[in-house]
Design a protein around this ligand. Structure first.
Ligand SMILES: Cc1cc2nc3c(=O)[nH]c(=O)nc-3n(C[C@H](O)[C@H](O)[C@H](O)COP(=O)(O)O)c2cc1C
Ligand SMILES: [Mn+2]
Length: 490
């Protein structure tokens, strides 16, 4: 029986780097470049010009090479996830969601590959792995690594692609999120998990329980690309990112226990930082040149104390930069948009497509096309999106009819602007907003706007006639096709 899918999972970061190099998607920089601002300028220019990923072999002041922009194009996202098109992942997810109870033997046989696929997604605990090649309980310092000082106004150096592992104190379930970490000294960093994220939730619950003073946390830097990517996915709480990574790569993620705690990390990681947070200890973190293209303001965040560093013999340090869009995170976010559409459509089958344009920096602008079936339906969709996990941050939602291609922002602007009576069709709601929003009246709390740009119906109180969009008749188009050539036009 043929496999339901074909993936060539990467074993680790370095095999991904090699694949990118082979595909002409990565350039090695053999001379010295400074992690203080200079690497940012390389990475920013490259992403703005459709340029390559980089492996900086000699970051100034460090023996450790640095990889950046690994996910910074549609092509690199596809290589990372082992697909010709990210829509293929959406199709695999749809396949699972549409799975029916098998009726006969043939149906049952058809299910076997799908079940095998699910089975291969579960993470496996292993006793050791490459991330343990070097174990250092003392005499380690973060200053050995080429940690970027990204932008001139940043508060310091930041680890920008960390996989932060923590445990839900009530269920014991694992979470992995990507939360930047400011280097305070060789053994101490900030832990910038924002209020709404799972790491922060674990911290709050443990603190509230009042039974212990410390929270164990482990951080992996650099792993196979599907595992790295899974850290940013807006999964439901308690859905293990490592399970999702296994699904994405079609092979279990191998997890190995830390030296100093029970937390597990990907065995193939390049670098692992083990440590703890003192519950209640906060420290000023930031400013940081952020996803929004602005510096996010400094604020109080927990402090991560590192007790042990393990790494490969010759580790590669993985980094990204964020800043004025489009940046690498745009391509990571675009893939999220495509991969998560089938999951959103399970809740909201009326939604046809969504688009988050680069300028909206993920959730500042969400364009939604939908099949409208009843009065007020567009508003129901807005409110449902505001109720859906991290989509709660959607600052502006524009809903259009399903004949509008939301991937074409010009078409949305044209049709939506014609279709709205602003006072009637725009609604404001109050609620949680992204921690990075610098305009909201209070941190984390502010207003959001929904624009119903669908065709208005009599049943919605619209008493006038609604005009059709202008199109030329197909016969005339065809005839002019030949006349056009006859006139010598191309
Ligand atoms: C490059 C990059 C950096 C990020 N930095 C942060 C951060 O510092 N703090 C934060 O809360 N979220 C950050 N995020 C977003 C989270 O990783 C994302 O919301 C993720 O879904 C959180 O996982 P969780 O739901 O398991 O908490 C970052 C995302 C990317 C792509
Ligand atoms: Mn999570």
């Amino acid at each position: 029986m043929g496999r339901a899918f074909e993936l060539m999972p990467f074993d680790d970061l370095r095999s991904f780097v090699r694949a990118l190099e082979k595909a002409g998607e990565l350039v090695r920089v053999p001379f010295e470049v400074d992690p203080y601002l200079e690497i940012t300028e390389f990475a920013d220019r490259a992403v703005k010009r459709g340029g390559p990923a980089f492996l900086f072999e000699k970051p100034k002041g460090s023996q450790v090479p640095l990889a950046i922009n690994l996910f910074a194009s549609a092509k690199r996202m596809e290589i990372a996830l082992g697909v010709a098109n990210v829509e293929a992942i959406a199709a695999r997810i749809s396949g699972f969601l549409q799975m029916q109870k098998p009726e006969g033997l043939i149906d049952k046989l058809k299910m076997i590959p799908k079940l095998a696929e699910i089975n291969s997604a579960f993470p496996r605990s292993v006793s050791t792995g490459p991330c343990k090649e070097v174990i250092r309980r003392k005499d380690f310092s973060l200053h050995e690594f080429p940690i970027l000082h990204c932008w001139p106004g940043d508060g310091g150096r930041f680890i920008t692609l960390p996989l932060v592992f923590s445990q839900n104190p009530e269920t014991g379930k694992r979470n992995c999120g990507m939360y930047r970490m400011q280097v305070f000294d060789g053994q101490t960093t900030g832990m910038h998990w924002q209020k709404h994220k799972q790491g922060a939730e674990h911290y709050r619950r443990l603190f509230a329980a009042g039974k212990q003073q410390r929270m164990s946390v482990a951080v992996a830097i650099g792993a196979d690309p599907a595992t790295m990517y899974s850290a940013i996915l807006p999964l439901p709480p308690d859905l293990d990112e490592m399970l999702f990574a296994g699904f994405l790569r079609g092979k279990p993620v191998e997890m190995v226990k830390c030296e100093t705690s029970d937390i597990e990390v990907p065995a193939n990681a390049e670098i692992v930082l083990e440590g703890y947070l003192d519950l209640g200890e906060l420290r000023r973190e930031g400013p940081f040149g952020d996803h929004t293209g602005f510096y996010s303001l400094d604020d109080e965040y927990p402090v991560f104390h590192i007790e042990c560093v393990t790494h490969r013999k010759r580790p590669i340090y993985a980094a990204t930069i964020v800043g004025p869009p489009p940046m690498e995170d745009y391509y990571m976010g675009k893939a999220i948009e495509r991969i998560f559409l089938p999951l959103m459509r399970m809740q909201l089958p009326e939604v046809r497509d969504i688009c988050m344009p680069a300028e909206g920096v993920f959730h500042n602008l969400i364009l939604v096309s939908m099949r409208k079936s009843y009065p007020g339906h567009a508003r129901k969709v807005m409110h449902a999106i505001w109720g859906l996990g991290q989509a709660m941050f959607s600052k502006v939602i524009v809903v259009v009819d399903d004949d509008v291609d939301v991937q074409n922002v010009a078409e949305v602007a044209w049709k939506a602007l014609n279709n709205i009576d602003p006072q009637r069709d725009i609604e404001f709601v109050m609620g949680p907003v992204d921690s990075l929003d610098h305009s909201s009246r209070l941190p984390n709390y502010g207003s959001k706007m929904g624009i119903d740009a669908t065709t208005k119906w009599t049943s919605e109180g619209f008493g006038r006639r609604w005009p059709a969009v202008i199109t030329m008749s197909p016969e005339v188009k065809q005839r002019v096709d030949s006349l056009w050539k006859r006139a010598g036009l191309t």
